[in-house]
Design a protein around this ligand. Sequence first.
Ligand SMILES: Nc1ncnc2c1ncn2[C@@H]1O[C@H](COP(=O)(O)OP(=O)(O)OP(=O)(O)O)[C@@H](O)[C@H]1O
Length: 311
Amino acid sequence: MIDVKGLTRYYGEKRAISDVTFHVNKGEVLGLLGPNAAGKTTTMRILTCYMPPTSGSATVGGYDIFEQSLEVRRITGYLPENPPLYTDMTVDDYLTFVAKIKGVPRDRLKKEVDAVVEKASIGDVRKRIIGKLSKGYKQRVGLAQSLINNPQIVILDEPTVGLDPKQIIEIRQLIKNLGGDHTVILSSHILPEIEQTCERVVIINEGKVVVEDTVENLTNRMHGVQRITLQVEGTEEAIKQALQPISDIQKLEFNSKGKDIREVIVETPNDVRKELAKAIVNSGLGLLELSTERFTLEEIFLHLTTKEEVA
Ligand SMILES: Nc1ncnc2c1ncn2[C@@H]1O[C@H](COP(=O)(O)OP(=O)(O)OP(=O)(O)O)[C@@H](O)[C@H]1O
């Protein structure tokens, strides 16, 4: 549905994105994940034809962003980071105004506004002045305007920034529900947001795509690395000595958990739980606890963006 090939954009001397390539399937919610200044907004502005790339190409719904920008805009709804709301208008008046601009015929205006009001769950505030609404409701009005004309594609730039936890949960659910009927790109720097809302993720860092995969595959990719956490009674020195004979330990980390107790984190490609337990006990140290852990998307993100090898 969306094909992005080698997009590069300079602002003067500064290269904001470099050779960005990814694909979005029809009906999926794709997460564009990256820290501040990674190049998410730049990528989204290019895909919504607000600004051209310096080089590279992209098609949106089969339309070329250079040659067919009007068609791209017609089938795309966009929620920028700061939606351009007219704060002295009522919600209904504003959405009707946007619908007119987007070319909705007169006799369909009311129906169209009703439809987006329902999708964004703002029925209870539709007669109110936008400027008097809470940030969460304003964001929903922004979402509603992006859905006018039932666009095949919806592009949302950090839609939950500045919202309180309850509003965040509600907006995420609204976005999740858009999948299927719409193809959605959602940008965020918040990992749990992507984990909860998207099936696939493109991680972008310093203007470059680091990885494109399903959230599930990304978690599985880390399965080549085992992480075993132990609670041991003994000094760091004694524990290190006890574990010396065990080969394949890639990472060993110690945290103090009281006077004589250490939390020991071991990363290894193999399941060495038995060897660890034996080594600790045979050295006369106290093994209080042993467990294996799954990597979170947050840790995978850190591994990928700090250029560490992922097994
Ligand atoms: N109009 C501009 N002029 C000059 N540099 C810009 C401009 N817009 C963005 N940049 C730079 O390009 C880089 C990418 O910015 P972009 O806004 O695309 O990142 P982002 O991932 O959306 O970050 P954020 O989450 O902070 O908005 C940054 O280094 C930014 O400073």
